[in-house]
Design a protein around this ligand. Structure first.
Ligand code: PEP
Ligand code: MN
Length: 264
């Protein structure tokens, strides 16, 4: 298989116009769960950039559990992401939720994000596989490691080898946390595949107090990067405020992981 270490013994390094993910490079993607307004996004982007991250995250299309929750600003949100890239130089990662919008999202994004709920949307996987954009593939919330790697294979089989895996927590019997962050999967994937793997401790825990400890653990476990929800004012977030870091806590996290990466 194309995803396997047998096919490619050395680590794949995905290069997003100079921002590298994989190998010995620690990539950090951070920003709000959802793009809410231009002011909110630009404020978040400046915070994220100042703390040292290379990528700005933010959803313009939001796949929400309830149809009555905020669904995202759609193309207006994509335009705001492009404006934030213009202002800060950060690369933009944002979610694409269906095959029909892959063309539109590709006009704005540097990295296409496939969400947990779409990990086995094979038509979507094949469509992003035919683009020239790097793809961040989140693990399905009830997917085995093998199913996750097969999803990556769908993308690669169409010719796009720039796939980044993302562990974001799985469904277990535990209810204290929103999901159970499976850091064992990071170590497993590192032996099975050459693809970079990053960790999302925000969705992986659902609790902001757990985000810094689990981010530190992820880096120590060998993750190639992190994707973190950061909001200028988490209490006012339209989406996922409970798991979003304040600017101060994000800055602390960046200092901590730098120290851990230096010794691992
Ligand atoms: C997100 O990153 O905001 C998101 C919706 O993540 P997931 O697909 O992992 O739930
Ligand atoms: Mn979120």
């Amino acid at each position: 298989k194309l995803v396997s270490r047998e096919f490619r013994p050395e680590d794949t390094v995905v290069d997003v116009q100079g921002a590298k993910i994989g190998g010995r490079h620690l990539a950090v993607m951070a920003g709000p769960c959802a793009v809410e307004s231009l002011e909110q996004l630009l404020e978040a982007a400046v915070i994220v950039k100042r703390a040292g991250a290379q990528f700005l995250r933010g959803g313009a299309f939001k796949p929400r559990t309830s149809p009555y929750d905020f669904q995202g600003l759609e193309e207006k949100g994509l335009e705001m992401l492009a404006a934030a890239r213009e202002k800060t130089g950060l690369k933009v990662i944002t979610e694409v939720v269906d095959s029909a919008s892959v063309g539109l999202v590709s006009q704005y994004a540097d990295v296409l994000q496939i969400g947990t709920r779409n990990m086995q949307n094979f038509n979507l996987l094949k469509t992003v596989g035919r683009t020239d954009k790097p793809v961040l593939l989140k693990r399905g919330l009830a997917a085995t490691i093998s199913e996750w790697l097969n999803a990556a294979e769908y993308i690669m089989s169409e010719g796009n080898y720039n796939v980044i895996l993302c562990e974001r927590g799985i469904r277990t019997f535990e209810t204290y946390t929103r999901n159970t962050l499976d850091l064992g999967a990071v170590a497993a994937v590192k032996t099975l595949s050459h693809l970079p793997v990053i960790v999302d401790p925000s969705h992986g825990t659902g609790r902001w107090k757990m985000v810094r400890p689990m981010a530190r653990a992820a880096v120590a476990a060998g993750a190639d990067g992190l994707i973190i929800e950061v909001h200028p004012n988490p209490a006012e977030a339209l989406c996922d405020g409970n798991q979003s870091l304040t600017p101060e806590n994000f800055s602390l996290l960046m200092n901590e992981i730098g120290a851990i990466a230096a010794v691992t």
